[in-house]
Design a protein around this ligand. Structure first.
Ligand SMILES: Nc1ncnc2c1ncn2[C@@H]1O[C@H](COP(=O)(O)OP(=O)(O)OP(=O)(O)O)[C@@H](O)[C@H]1O
Length: 415
């Protein structure tokens, strides 16, 4: 089929997003809606078969009766285009909590697993400039700061792969025109008319805000401006950490007078990242409790304790968050610790706890506070404490926090 100049512009813009060296295998997340159907079709025209092999996947969340048919429709389109396609099923909705949020997280997990199983390092989604504008507007309504208003990035790390959004500069209307020109069919999600959803109300509002100059490109520009500001803040936070942060055991420790003199935005970012890193989570604490923690420099947040010492603030794991964790000698405890020593099969790794610490006569020599030590890994045989490497060094048993300082510093630039 002959390409119109509008087609060629779209294809050129998408191709440019992947740069000069695209990965040899690219995954495409196709819901069956217009945006991702257009994405799949356009990508087949972006790459030479010898350059890139495309793979497609559709998640059936099992939440709407039409979903199975929509997934089959995508399978048929993929077959026509000569692309391998897989339907991924989610069975995890138990009827409780925020269904949309749960489904979304599950979708990304399924897509990341699918990609890794197929040696795909990059998965593309069909987010458009309109999605970006809606996200900015929703974040404004939540009084978000620089991070929230940065909205969606063109590339985001996702459980070991890269999520790429190559159509973030394209409008939904232009993609619909492309689909019509190509005679392609797509599914309309009935949820797109449901005003119970914030996103749909925001979508409708954007139609009105247009007359004030609040257009999708302008709102997307706000996101781009905020991304640039965020990059600068990340650099500043990294420089501050180089000066004032140390890792002790698995704790992050900040020199106190220096921490207090940091600009509020940098202090909040540094404390939030320390909590995320010590707790091993994917997400930063929410802005309001984090702001309160920066002001108080005490309490618990995100599975961590904020402890004030004489000249320092220490971010330690919270005992309550780890007390039930058990690991075999060859497993990472809390997903974060590797222990080494003369293990026997009866040994098990569990938190030291108050009862364990009571058996460590010399723990004060470690210089670490009690609240931190009780949440550190120890080697147990039944109820007998064998060793507590963070509380009492013996030279025989070792405990190492995966990644260490280098990993913490790197996380300040990557998150
Ligand atoms: N069921 C699905 N199967 C495969 N990919 C999907 C599915 N749903 C959405 N996607 C992918 O995600 C893109 C964005 O879809 P949508 O806007 O509905 O997601 P969302 O729930 O708003 O998630 P996000 O917050 O990431 O935008 C789609 O263009 C498509 O690439």
């Amino acid at each position: 089929m002959l390409l119109s100049s509008a087609d060629r512009t779209l294809i050129g813009a998408l191709r440019a997003v992947f740069g000069a060296n695209p990965p040899a295998r690219i995954g495409v997340a196709v819901s069956g809606g217009g945006d991702s159907v257009a994405l799949l079709h356009l990508l087949t025209r972006c790459f030479d078969d010898r350059e890139v092999t495309l793979f497609a996947a559709t998640v059936n969340h099992g939440l709407r009766p039409e979903a199975a048919q929509e997934a089959e429709d995508v399978a048929r389109l993929a077959q026509q285009l000569g692309i391998s396609h897989q339907i991924l099923h989610w069975h995890g909705w138990g009827g409780r909590g925020n269904m949309q949020d749960r489904a979304r997280r599950a979708r990304y997990e399924l897509l990341a697993d699918w990609a890794k199983n197929n040696e795909i390092s990059m998965v593309a989604t069909g987010h458009t400039i309109d999605d970006q504008a809606e996200t900015v507007l929703m974040r404004l309504a939540r009084a978000s700061g620089v991070d929230g208003l940065s909205a969606m990035a063109e590339r985001t790390p996702l459980s070991g792969i890269t999520l790429i959004r190559p159509m973030l500069k394209q409008s939904r209307a232009d993609l619909r025109d492309y689909l019509r020109r190509q005679g392609l069919c797509w599914a309309e999600d009935p949820g797109n008319e449901d005003l119970a959803y914030d996103r749909i109300r925001v979508r409708k509002a954007l139609g009105v805000l247009h007359s004030l100059g609040l257009t999708a490109p302008k709102l997307a520009q706000v996101a781009a401006n905020m991304q640039s500001a965020r990059d600068a803040l990340k650099q500043q936070t990294y420089s501050a950490a180089l000066q004032i942060a140390a890792i002790d055991g698995g704790d992050v420790v900040f020199a106190l007078p220096e921490f207090r003199s940091l600009p509020d935005e940098v202090a909040r970012r540094l404390l939030g990242q320390a909590i995320r890193w010590v707790g091993g989570g994917d997400y930063l604490p929410r802005r309001v409790p984090l702001q309160a923690a920066v002001a108080d420099l005490s309490g618990t947040l995100g599975g961590c304790r904020i402890l004030q010492q004489k000249d320092a603030i220490r971010i330690a794991r919270e005992y309550e968050a780890v007390k039930s964790f058990q690991a075999a000698p060859d497993q990472a405890w809390d997903g974060l610790w590797r222990l080494a020593g003369p293990f026997t099969p009866e040994h098990e790794i569990r938190a030291l706890g108050a009862a364990g610490l009571a058996q460590c006569r010399n723990w004060r020599v470690s210089g670490r506070p009690r609240a931190s030590l009780i949440a550190t890994p120890a080697i147990w045989r039944g109820d007998d404490l064998i060793a507590a490497p963070l509380a009492e060094e013996t030279g025989i048993w070792r405990a190492e926090r995966v990644g260490g300082r280098k990993d913490f510093l790197a996380s300040l630039l990557s998150h």
